[in-house]
Design a protein around this ligand. Structure first.
Ligand code: 5AD
Ligand code: SF4
Ligand code: FES
Length: 337
C-alpha cells in the first residue's frame, strides 16, 4: 500500500479536481480498515448545557429549547435494544449537563456493560471534565471519550466558546492519560475560518494521534448569535475527510449526520472520501427533535432500527459493507481488523 509524504498529501489536497485525492483516501481506507463501515449507536441522553457556544442550537441561553435528560433506565433500555439488533458499540452524548453527576452516568455504563456481558463498547461525550472524572470513567468500564476541539484557530475558538483552546487540548491530553480511546474533531465552514485553518485542523488531528475524528459542516442556526452566517459548501468537509484519512490512516472517521443533513448524499460522499463509521441515532423519537444543534437535522422521525436499515442501503450503494463489531482503536488491536 502506498503511503504518502506530507508534501504529496498537501499537493493532492490542493488540486482543483479532487478525484485523485478521493481515490487515494478510499484506497488508504480499504488498506487499513477493509471494506467495512462500522456502526455505532448514538444516544443523545441530555440536551442541558451550561456552555454557550456561539454556533450551537442547544446553547445555554437558548430559551426555546425543551430541556430533557433521559432516565438511566431509559438509556440502558435503548442500548440493550440496539444490542439485540446487533450493535456492539454505543455513544452516549450530551451537552455539558452539570445536573447529571459523572458518577451517575458511570453507573449507567456499568449497568449496560453488565447486561451485555461486557461485549458492548461505550463511548461517552458530554463536554469537558476533569482528569479524575476521566479516570473514574475508565475505572467504570468506559472505553472511549469524544471531545471535539472544534477549530485549531485559537482566536476563532475563543470567539466562539469564550475560553482558550489550550484548555480543550489539555482535556484531550487528560482523556489519553486516563487510558481512554481519544476522539475529537472539528467543524468546517465556521465564520472567519480560512483554508489554512482547515489544513491546520487536520494537522492538529494528526499531531494529537486521535483514534477517532469526527468532522462536519457548520450549519448556521437561527437560535444562535451566528444566525444569518453564510452556509459554506459541504466540499470543505468532504475534502477534509480525505485529508484526514491520508494523515491518519488508522483513525476511525465517521460520515457525520451534519453532512447528511446539509446534503442528502453527504454521508455517502464522506465514505467515498475515506470515512469508515456511521452512527445510527437511537435516541427515543419523542425527544430527538429537542436535540437540535443545527436546523435540518435528519432522522428525527425515524427510529434507530429504521436508520440502521437506511444506512445499510446507503453503504451498499457506495460499494462498502456495514459491520456491527466494536471496532476499537487500531493501535489497541495489533493491526488486526
Ligand atoms: N452545525 C454543525 N455542527 C454543530 N455542532 C454544534 N453546533 C453545530 C452547528 N450549528 C457540533 C460541534 C459539537 C458537536 C456535538 O456538534 O462540533 O462538538
Ligand atoms: Fe453545549 Fe456542546 Fe452545544 Fe457547546 S456545542 S453549547 S458544549 S452542547
Ligand atoms: Fe436515519 Fe436514513 S439514516 S433515516
Amino acid at each position: 500500500m502506498k503511503t504518502f509524504t506530507l508534501d504529496e498529501i498537501l499537493t493532492l489536497y490542493k488540486k482543483k479536481d479532487p478525484t485523485e485525492l478521493f481515490k487515494a483516501a478510499w484506497d488508504t481506507t480499504t488498506a487499513n480498515h477493509g471494506e467495512s463501515v462500522y456502526l455505532r449507536g448514538l444516544v443523545e441522553f441530555t440536551n442541558k448545557c451550561v456552555i454557550n457556544c456561539q454556533y450551537c442550537g442547544i446553547r445555554r441561553d437558548n430559551k426555546n429549547v425543551n430541556r430533557y435528560s433521559l432516565e438511566s433506565e431509559t438509556i440502558v433500555d435503548v442500548c440493550l435494544d440496539g444490542f439485540n439488533k446487533g450493535l456492539r458499540t454505543f455513544v452516549l452524548q450530551g451537552g455539558e449537563d452539570r445536573d447529571i453527576s459523572v458518577k451517575d452516568i458511570c453507573q449507567t455504563v456499568k449497568d449496560i456493560k453488565r447486561k451485555t456481558d461486557n461485549e458492548a463498547a461505550i463511548t461517552l461525550s458530554f463536554g469537558s471534565r476533569t482528569l479524575d472524572e476521566y479516570k473514574l470513567m475508565k475505572d467504570s468500564g468506559v472505553d472511549r471519550y469524544l471531545l471535539r476541539f472544534e477549530t485549531s484557530d485559537q482566536e476563532l475558538y475563543y470567539r466562539l466558546r469564550g475560553m482558550p483552546l489550550a484548555d480543550r487540548l489539555k482535556n484531550l491530553e487528560d482523556i489519553r492519560t486516563a487510558g481512554l480511546q481519544v476522539g475529537s474533531g472539528y467543524m468546517t465552514g465556521l465564520p472567519g475560518e480560512s483554508e489554512e485553518t482547515r489544513i491546520n485542523n487536520a494537522l492538529l488531528s494528526r499531531d494529537l494521534e486521535l483514534d477517532m475524528v469526527g468532522i462536519g459542516p457548520f450549519i448556521p442556526s437561527d437560535e444562535t448569535p451566528l444566525a444569518g452566517s453564510v452556509q459554506e459548501p459541504i466540499d470543505y468537509a468532504i475534502k477534509g475527510t480525505a485529508l484526514l484519512r491520508l494523515l491518519l490512516p488508522k483513525a476511525h472517521i465517521p460520515a457525520t449526520t451534519a453532512a447528511g443533513s446539509l446534503k442528502p448524499t453527504g454521508r455517502e460522499d464522506m465514505i467515498k472520501a475515506g470515512a469508515n463509521v456511521l452512527m445510527p441515532n437511537l435516541t427515543p423519537v419523542s425527544v430527538k427533535k429537542d436535540y437540535l444543534l443545527y436546523p435540518g437535522k435528519i432522522c428525527l422521525d425515524e427510529t434507530g432500527t429504521q436508520c440502521i436499515g437506511c444506512m445499510s442501503m446507503r453503504v451498499k450503494s457506495v460499494g462498502r459493507k456495514i459491520n456491527f463489531s466494536r471496532a476499537d482503536a487500531l493501535r489497541l488491536m495489533n493491526g488486526k481488523i
